[in-house]
Write a protein that binds this ligand. Structure first.
Ligand SMILES: NC(=O)c1ccc[n+]([C@@H]2O[C@H](COP(=O)([O-])OP(=O)(O)OC[C@H]3O[C@@H](n4cnc5c(N)ncnc54)[C@H](OP(=O)(O)O)[C@@H]3O)[C@@H](O)[C@H]2O)c1
Length: 256
């Protein structure tokens, strides 16, 4: 399958790198942008081709990944016209109804990946495909499945899923950054401090597959111990509530 990226930003680059990093990906990848030159750079990096406009991209692709910001959706879908044989939209906060109004008769999948698709450990939540014959849906979902785990979810819940799996890599990155900086301030070498935090994060992710978060927390924070002191300080600083408010703020931003 030839996959064309309408938009060559962060998400397109992560998906394309993920496909390029292993077996079974698209037979070819094509890229376009709005003039920044990111399409040509990605094409050069990954051995694909850039296309000057979306009509050409659609015509030369079997599947177009629509990866523009919501604000550029109208312009991009107008430029694409009916040229794309099928479209996977990763555009945030953009319902299938709006997509199919802009691209009538085009088989559509609305998906919400997170950036971990770059290392093929992504999560790709998607609504049930629309207008797409079964065989095409299977092919598209199999292709997305190479980038991580696909989870079908009713469309009304995609924004909630986005708030907890699409946005959260940034929250985890923030936690790593803050903890590593704090370790460095206490005298650890910068690089070592970051590595220690990262290993702790990776190990914790694995532990959380077998232990409930609350019981893991209890197992680390023995009464009167140093972790308990840290958790109490986080609580005093409003960290728990701040994470809850972060999810609400993201949901609010996604509302039409
Ligand atoms: N980043 C994430 O973690 C993430 C997660 C889930 C979903 N998403 C969704 O993915 C979409 C893209 O996000 P992003 O972070 O990749 O944004 P981004 O880095 O700003 O990339 C947007 C891309 O769209 C291109 N573009 C804009 N108008 C265009 C047009 N008319 N024709 C062709 N290309 C056009 C831009 O071109 P230029 O390069 O020329 O500016 C740019 O390459 C958004 O809707 C977002 O909600 C992102």
């Amino acid at each position: 399958m030839k996959v064309g990226f309408a938009g060559s930003g962060n998400m397109a680059a992560a998906m394309a790198r993920g496909w390029a990093a292993g077996e079974g990906g698209p037979e070819a990848m094509l890229f376009s942008d709005a003039g920044s030159g990111r399409a040509a750079s990605l094409a050069e990096e990954l051995g694909g081709e850039a296309r000057a406009n979306l009509a050409e991209l659609g015509r030369d692709s079997d599947l177009v990944v629509l990866a523009v910001k919501p604000s550029a959706l109208r312009q991009a879908t107008e430029a694409l016209g009916g040229a794309a044989p099928a479209v996977v939209s990763v555009v945030g906060a953009t319902p299938l109804a709006r997509l199919s109004e802009a691209l009538p008769d085009t088989p559509l999948v609305r998906a919400m990946p997170n950036l971990a698709v770059e290392v093929r450990r992504g999560l790709i939540c998607h609504a049930p495909p629309q207008n797409a014959p079964d065989e095409l849906s299977h092919e598209v979902l199999a292709l997305l499945g190479l980038l991580g785990r696909t989870v079908e979810i009713e469309e009304g819940l995609l924004d909630a899923a986005t708030a907890v799996m699409g946005c959260s890599p940034a929250y985890f990155a923030l936690v790593v950054e803050v903890l590593a900086d704090a370790g460095a301030r206490e005298g650890l070498d910068d690089e070592l401090s970051r590595e220690l935090v990262l290993e702790a994060l990776a190990g914790t992710a694995q532990l959380l597959e077998i232990h409930h978060p609350a019981s893991l927390r209890r197992a680390v924070a023995s009464p009167g111990g140093s972790t308990e002191a840290g958790l109490e300080e986080l609580d005093r600083g409003g960290a728990t509530k701040a994470f809850e408010r972060a999810v609400l703020a993201s949901m609010e931003r996604m509302r039409p």
